[in-house]
Design a protein around this ligand. Structure first.
Ligand code: DC
Length: 240
């Protein structure tokens, strides 16, 4: 994995121009559908911080695994893929985009197959090792909101403010189903089943399982609207 220039120059320039009163690194962990993506984006915008979707990096590895026809259980093949893969984020007019080996793959990494493959490959030591260095490097300058599963526990144990978001499985599945829109290839029940499988994979794996850091602020979003959650988080950050 090439660690240099992981942000394209335009992105770096935009980030460098950002001014921030408090140079915090904020982590937001939680299961799929807990609201962390929406909240992380809004919070980063409000604070003028950069936003890093680490799930997209695992999806990028999953996409390459899938499209190159690699069996994720064959460690050596997965290791070779990790050595060669070059993932970069770039901010464009259509938002944050993910590039793999120079190709914009953002529109191909959100399918149910890639979601499940991301959960599978994310349990593999070579994949986690490969993305750990990249994420740490992305966080060096702070002023960032990182969302994922192990941000507060493994990648940034010294983060300035840590949040852990959760919600009931029914509510999370419903949110994801609505997000998928009328052309969804899955029923609500299938979305819920997939989510439960991914929750189990992500929480029970040996390395960096999904769990709150001991010092994380836990927020149950089942009955909360986005604005309330973001306001609450911003207040907590301000008070730091
Ligand atoms: O947040 P997401 O649904 O896009 O993440 C896709 C998968 O990637 C998820 O099932 C688990 C994995 N992941 C991880 O293991 N660690 C992270 N920091 C982020 C995501």
């Amino acid at each position: 994995m090439g660690l240099n220039n992981f942000f394209c120059s335009r992105t770096t320039q935009v980030f460098e121009e950002r001014v921030s009163m408090k140079k915090f690194l904020i982590t937001i962990d939680g299961p799929a559908g807990s609201g962390k993506t929406t909240v992380s984006k809004l919070l980063a915008k409000r604070l003028n911080y950069k936003y890093i979707d680490t799930g997209a990096l695992y999806r990028g590895v999953a996409f390459e695994t899938f499209s190159q026809g690699i069996d994720p259980e064959l460690e050596t093949d997965l290791e070779t893929l990790c050595d060669r893969i070059d993932l970069k984020f770039e901010i464009t007019e259509s938002g944050l985009r993910l590039f793999s080996n120079g190709k914009d793959i953002s529109d191909q990494i959100r399918t149910p197959e890639i979601s499940m493959m991301a959960s599978r490959v994310s349990a593999k030591p070579c994949v986690r090792g490969c993305l750990l260095g990249l994420q740490k490097k992305m966080g060096q300058e702070k002023c960032a909101v990182f969302e994922g599963r192990d941000m507060g526990t493994v990648v940034f144990p010294d983060a300035d403010v840590k949040f852990f978001m959760m919600a009931s499985i029914k509510e999370r599945a419903l949110r994801r189903f609505r997000e998928m829109g009328p052309d969804s290839s899955q029923t609500l029940e299938e979305v819920e089943q997939d989510m439960m499988k991914r929750d189990a994979n992500d929480s029970n794996r040996d390395i960096a399982p999904l769990k709150p850091a001991p010092d994380a602020i836990k927020i149950d979003t089942t009955h909360l609207d986005i604005e309330t959650v973001v306001n609450k988080m911003a207040q907590l950050i301000e008070a730091k």
